[in-house]
Each structure stands twice: as structure tokens, then as C-alpha cells.
Design a protein around this ligand. Sequence first.
Ligand code: TGC
Ligand code: FAD
Length: 393
Amino acid sequence: MPEIPPDLPRDPLDFYDLAAQLSDEEREVRASVARLVDERVIPGIRVHFENQSFPRELIPELAALGVLGASLEGYGCAGLNPVSYGLICQELERGDSALRSFVSVQGSLSMYAIHRFGSELQRARYLPRMAAGEVIGCFGLTEPQGGSDPANMQTTARRRGGSWVLNGSKMWITNGSIADLCVLWARSEEGIRGFLVEKGTPGFSATELRNKFSLRASVTSALFLDEVVVPEENRLPGAAGLKAPLTCLDEARFGIVFGVVGAAQACFAAALDYSRHRELFGRPLAANQAIQIRLADMCRKITASQLLALQLGRLKDAGAVSPAQVSLAKWNNCRAAIEVARDARDLLGGAGISAEQVPIRHALNLESVITYEGTETIHQLALGRALTGISAF
Ligand code: TGC
Ligand code: FAD
């Protein structure tokens, strides 16, 4: 039987030594979130996934680490650079996509919308408490008739005196039922506008969607608005048109580009470990050419995704990133991660369907991640439009 070297020469999860490209601060941020994930997320997440519950107990700990609205400046936010924020997402999603989802929606969607498009009063009122995890946000854009085409928005906002009256519904909203505040998008006579709707506002309700096999440790909800009255001071004054919510999506998609690398790394680590220790036909599974090719393919996909994510982060830091570059990376990295997760699941054989092993949980979660924040097709078409100048939507 061939000898398995106990210490392999190179970190298979960072094959091109990208850690050496990070600043001290970026490495420290990653290490502190990695610690939280190893000690507080991984031990309990399986039970949350099985029970379909979100680990709310972690919110104060996430806030204490500064990961809520991490890339925003001021208002109690950490003001970290894009790569640091990406690495936060990567480590959280190594634990479970639900944690990264929570942080994406809180920081990149809800808080970012208020920071970018809100009034000074709105920023001062909500952002410090959102950074502290005391106010939970959600972002209501998708509607039941089709999330890929938000321009076909049916939720309406009607002026009445100094107020607005909102009617309609939203579908598949992360954090919806646990949110204290919803950044809600609606169509007015002047075009699409954003509104801050607080929990408990008469006519506003959220129903948790519990019939899902993916992202089970994340809260997903439908929102209903029946003659909901909000004052003009709850409208985001800087948001005019569909461009405003789409700008928020670019932020969250950026986090996903890094996040899914973490999910893929967790699956790859499981596959490597299993194949080196599982003995079949008198030798380790990893001694078979077919298995080594599959492991090499996982390493290739993860390494390419890491390089893409890091360069996207550096472009973003330089203020030189385009939506089409984000689309290419979201498409590539989600596709790579789901393929790694599915193959790792298969490589574990029957054990691969056990809740004891992580690949099946990540593979199921990634079905959502490849769908939300723009499906794979939407990102392919966004890139196609950027390349040709012709819209195929
Ligand atoms: P189109 O005419 O292209 O655009 C309307 C206006 O928006 C501008 N724009 C963008 N701006 C910033 N970033 C982008 N990525 C942008 N894409 C377009 C555009 O320049 C235009 O501006 P202006 O000034 O000329 O008015 O609009 P379209 O109707 O053709 O649609 C384009 C399309 C299909 C790409 C867009 O609708 C789209 O991205 N669809 C996908 C929707 C989506 O991703 N929804 C996600 C919902 S949130 C979510 O899933 C959260 S999950 C979070 C979690 O749990 O982690
Ligand atoms: P549809 O738009 O109906 O698409 C169906 C299929 O048609 C897809 O395969 C799509 O790629 C394809 N398709 C669409 N257009 C074309 C075309 N022109 N050519 C070819 N194929 C096309 N939304 C929010 O606003 N806030 C949230 O917090 C949020 N959280 C979510 C959490 C989860 C777990 C999930 C699953 C979704 C969440 N979403 C959220 C919604 C998500 O953004 C949408 O599901 C997504 O944008 C796709 O919309 P849809 O589900 O309506 O699919």
C-alpha cells in the first residue's frame, strides 16, 4: 500500500499562497472571523440546519467583531477595505452560507442602502444600532411574479399628503420575519423608490417560508403590504430608479464572490481527508488516478476563484470595478463552488449524504446562492451585454 505523507508540502486550500498577498490587517480580520466560525459556528450549525433555525445567539458576537456593515465608514461601522470584507464573507460561508447571507443582507443590502441613499437623519437613527446587531434589516426587492426582472415591479407607493401608502408583496426575503426594519422597493408615479418600513407598521406583515431544502439555517420570508402608511421622512431621498437597488446588489454580489470560496474550501477539505483515509481495494481511495484527477480539479476551481476574488477586491479598492466584472466573478465562483460541493458529496459515497459530513449541506445551500443576487443566466447575459453592447434581456 502506498505511503500517505502525514504533512503535505503545501496548503491545499491556498495553493497559490494568496495569504502572502494580504496586508496584516486583512490577515487579522480573516483570522478573527475564522476563529469565531471554528469555535462558535461549525459545532452547532448542523443542528440549526436540521431544525431550520437561524443561530440568533451569534448576532452579538458578529457585531462585536465588526462584521455588520464592515465596509461602511462612520456610524459605528468598521470601515474595512473590500478584501477584508470579502475575507469575512469567505470565513463565514466556510461555516454555512446562512451566516454569510445574514451578514450580506444586514451590511451590503440594508445598511449600504441607508448609508448610500439615506438622509443624515436616517443614517444616524439606524446605522449605529444595525452595526451593533440591535436592529436587524431586510431588503425587499424580489416579487412573486419574477425576481430576475425587478423592472416589472408591482408593489406600489402612492403619495397621500406628507406620507406614502404602500401596497403589494415581496417574495424570498432573507431575514424577513426577524427584521426590525425593511428596505423596501416600490413603484411610484415618479419611478422606483426605496422606503424604510419598520416592523409593526400597521398593514405590514412577514411570513416565514419553511418549506425549503436549502439555506435551512437562514430565515426566508414573504412580505405583505396592505395600505401601509410611511412618512416621507422614511423614503430614501438619494434613491431614484432601479439603479439604486441594483447598486446595492453589486455590493452583496461582491461578498458572495468571496463567500462561496469558503463553502468550496470546506467541501474540498472534507473530500481530501476522506479520500486519504478511506481504504478500498487494498489502497487509499486517494491512490486512484480518477480520484486524484477529481481532487486536482477541485483545487483548480478553488484556486481560480480565489484569484478572481482577490483581483476583484483590489479593483474595488481602487474604485475601478464594473458591474460586469462582478457578474463574471459571481457566475464563475458560484458555479465552481457548487461543482466542488456536489463532487465532494459524491466522493464521500454513502457518508456523503450524512448530516455528519459538510458537503451535502453546502451543496444544498449553494443551490440558493447560485440563484439569488442574480441567477447564473442573468449574470451570463449581463456579461454578454457588456461584451456586445446588445441587451438580450
Ligand atoms: P437596466 O436597464 O439594465 O438597468 C436599469 C438601471 O440600472 C442600472 N444598472 C445597474 N446599476 C448598478 N449595478 C448594476 N449591476 C446594474 N445593472 C443595471 C442601469 O445602468 C440603468 O441605469 P439608468 O441610470 O440608465 O436608469 O435594467 P433591466 O431591466 O434591463 O435589468 C437588468 C438586469 C436583468 C441585469 C437586472 O434586472 C438584474 O440584475 N436582475 C437580477 C435581480 C437580482 O439580482 N435580484 C436580487 C434580489 S436581492 C437578493 O437576492 C438577496 S439574497 C441575499 C442573501 O441572502 O445573501
Ligand atoms: P425567475 O426570475 O422566475 O427565474 C426563473 C428561471 O428563469 C431562472 O433559471 C432564470 O435564470 C431564468 N431566466 C430569467 N430570465 C431569463 C432570460 N431572459 N433568459 C433565460 N433565462 C432566464 N430577493 C430579495 O429581494 N431579497 C432577499 O433578501 C432575497 N433573499 C433570497 C433568499 C433565498 C434563499 C432565495 C432562494 C432567494 C432570495 N431572493 C431575495 C430572491 C432572489 O433574488 C430570486 O430568487 C432571484 O433573483 C431569481 O428570481 P426568481 O426566483 O423569481 O426566478
